[in-house]
Design a protein. Structure first.
Length: 360
């Protein structure tokens, strides 16, 4: 899925260059996307308002033909046709946002983003890649969290080689090395790792593919290491071994533990409150009172709670939650803007809604 993740990381990095914060970059990116989709979202809102206005008439049809599903379907379709309503018209904006969500989720969960964002704090959010509950350690803190499942480690996509007498390092993409498999470039000892004892990583000259003359001029090699089981990223600095043939380094370790990030939990709670407020705004725009009983009333009451619980289960990164919260704020702003403009009545208009009886 790199074809989705890399452009997203590039877009956020570009905005970060101007704003100096990946958190602000996510917010600005979200606002820009909502503005681009504003016309389509307005049509979606109009479609939802029309559907709400039609609910009483649809209920009449359902009650009248509850014993004849085929006739009910014909009546409903005729009702939609008479009122020039397409129930699928509001789906396009939602479909367009699915790839954006997937790209953002993948990008913010990737080691590449963790390396870029580093230990950046944003407001009450500790790190943008954090989920509300994680099993591992903090990235880039110089200590690698390990447990019995930490048997394989991956290299980052690039290593930097520092040469004698040269100030700037030379960057080598791992896919240009002789051993171009991220999962096999580093060897780690001991196996399995023992929490509390240093873990030694080795880069073999034979895997690098450098000639002897070049190797003798290497002062150090830096690169990142990723623990796939916890998605933790740490930076390593390899120095030549005593025999001068390979490069090695050690990093302290500690036991993996479950960490709760209450800043992310706060975002989930805010999202649930905004979801309820959005439903309230849709009721306000429809011009019809919200149902107090029945399936629709239950859905209005429990849907925000259900979505919030879903966010807890899926383990969504804080940056993605920031995107969702900003999206919900923009949706509320759009609804209130349309309401203030007096567009709170469906195009069909409730008085014009007609039920057309279809002959069986």
């Amino acid at each position: 899925m790199d074809f989705l993740f890399q452009p997203m990381i590039g877009a956020l990095s570009f905005l970060n260059g101007f704003l100096g914060s990946y958190g602000l970059a996510i917010i600005v990116f979200t606002v820009l996307m909502r503005l681009v989709l504003w016309p389509l979202n307005s049509k979606q809102t109009e479609s939802m308002k029309a559907m709400q206005a039609m609910q009483p008439k649809l209920k009449e049809i359902q009650d009248k033909y509850k014993d004849d599903p085929a006739a009910m379907q014909k009546e409903v379709m005729a009702f939609y046709s008479t009122n020039k309503f397409n129930p699928l018209a509001g789906c396009l904006p939602m479909l367009l946002q699915i790839p954006i969500f997937i790209a953002l989720y993948g990008a913010l969960s990737s080691p590449a983003f963790m390396q870029l964002a580093g230990a950046e704090h944003f407001g009450f959010i500790e790190h943008l890649h954090h989920t509300w509950r994680s099993n591992g350690g903090d990235p880039l803190d110089g200590t690698l969290a390990v447990d019995s499942s930490s048997r394989h480690f991956e290299a980052g996509k690039t290593i930097d080689v520092y040469l004698k007498g040269v100030a700037e390092p030379e960057a080598f993409p791992v896919n240009s090395l002789r051993m171009n498999d991220l999962k096999k470039l580093y060897t780690a000892e001991p196996q399995p790792p023992i929490a509390g004892k240093p873990l030694r990583f080795t880069l073999h000259q034979s895997d690098l593919g450098f000639d002897d003359t070049y190797v003798r001029n290497i002062v150090k090699i830096t690169g990142s290491v990723i623990n796939p089981s916890s998605k933790e990223v740490e930076e390593l600095s390899f120095v030549p071994t005593k025999d001068g043939k390979d490069f090695s380094t050690e990093i302290p370790t500690r036991k993996t533990e479950t960490i709760y990030h209450f800043g992310v939990l706060g975002l989930i709670v805010i999202y649930g409150i905004l979801s309820w407020a959005y439903q309230w705004s849709m009721t306000l725009m429809s011009g019809t009172p919200a149902p107090t009983e029945g399936p629709q009333a239950l859905m209005n009451k429990f849907m925000p709670i259900l979505f919030s619980v879903l966010m807890l289960i899926i383990q969504i990164p804080a940056g993605v939650m920031l995107y969702l919260v900003t999206t919900m704020v923009m949706m509320l702003v759009q609804n209130l803007y349309l309401y203030k403009k007096g567009e709170n009545t469906p195009k069909t208009g409730d008085p014009k809604l007609q039920v057309v009886t279809v002959n069986k």
